[in-house]
Design a protein around this ligand. Structure first.
Ligand SMILES: O=C(O)CCC(=O)C(=O)O
Ligand SMILES: [Fe+2]
Length: 284
């Protein structure tokens, strides 16, 4: 078990509902998270991935209503009473399930979010006890979205290979075989009374191949670090925000970037996002 890891007495969501101020373990000292310049819509695969490591994907074949339904199902889960969500609480020392971020050290600043983390593929490694049965269409919705995300990710991996004049399947084959991994993180960032002192998700890069993120259609919050500055990722309705993870930075010999990113909070509105992480079979 990780040092000092524990489930919170109250989740961030419950504190927001009760109107609590974030406790000191959520506060970044000597830092203020202010408003920033918008990130430009990135159009060209290679230049986008070498300089930013991310882009917005549109025309991906998923309709507005399809993505709205995914957002709705996620929202319905987070809106369940804590007693119901508690059934899916993660175990201490393990990330899978519903709860807060894992605590790795005593001085770790907490993220102002609740999340449900699921290992979705390979199918035989699913721990269904963490998969909500309420709302009743949650599992079917995720199963269907998984298939769609897998096919979109193949197109992206192939385009990345082609943009470097490499053989088309050279990246996709590491993420689409039987034991390759897909993880899903469903995240609620509740409104926060002190957004200039608290982060929804602290700065990190993803360890994935690529991450496919469905942002909340109504609330910004994701920021990407480039050249020492933070840029807010705009919400483009029904775009999927694609960022590379560390595995792709390594596979491309560092030509493509795995960008550092974070999520800021705001006072007025909660934000929901759904992140899907493609990873190779750990044995690879
Ligand atoms: O919620 C977001 O906008 C970003 C989520 C993210 O970066 C992650 O889950 O790794
Ligand atoms: Fe991330």
């Amino acid at each position: 078990m990780a040092a000092g890891d524990s489930l919170p007495a109250k989740t961030a969501h419950q504190m927001a509902v009760d109107g609590d101020q974030p406790p000191s373990k959520y506060i970044f000292n000597n830092t203020k998270f202010g408003p920033l310049k918008p990130l430009l819509l990135l159009l060209r695969c290679r230049s986008a991935l070498t300089t930013w490591g991310c882009f917005q994907a549109v025309n991906h074949g998923l309709s507005d209503s399809y993505l709205d339904n995914l957002q709705q199902v996620t929202k319905q889960f987070f809106e369940l009473p804590l007693e119901e969500k508690r059934k899916y609480f993660r175990e201490t020392g393990s990330v899978e399930g519903y709860g807060n971020d894992m605590t790795y050290s005593e001085n770790q600043v907490q993220d102002w979010c609740d999340r449900l983390f699921l290992q979705i593929l390979p199918e035989d490694q699913r721990k269904l006890r963490f998969w909500p049965e309420n709302p009743s269409n949650f599992r079917d919705t995720i199963n269907d979205y998984t298939m769609k995300i897998k096919s979109i990710s193949v197109v992206i991996f192939e385009a990345m290979a082609e943009s470097l004049d490499l053989e088309e399947h050279c990246f996709s084959k590491h993420f689409t075989e039987e034991h390759d991994v897909l993880q899903g993180r469903f995240i609620l960032y509740p409104p926060c009374p002190t957004p200039d002192q608290v982060l929804g998700l602290k700065a990190h890069s993803d360890r994935s191949g690529i991450t496919l993120l469905l942002q909340d259609p109504g609330v910004e919050g994701l920021q990407v670090l480039n050249d020492g500055k933070w840029y807010m990722v705009p919400v483009i309705r029904d775009a999927l925000f694609i960022n590379l993870g560390d595995q792709m930075q390594i596979l491309s010999n560092g030509i493509f970037k795995s960008p550092v990113h974070r999520v800021v909070t705001n006072k007025g509105k909660g934000r929901i996002s759904v992140a899907m992480f493609t990873e190779p079979d750990p044995n690879k």
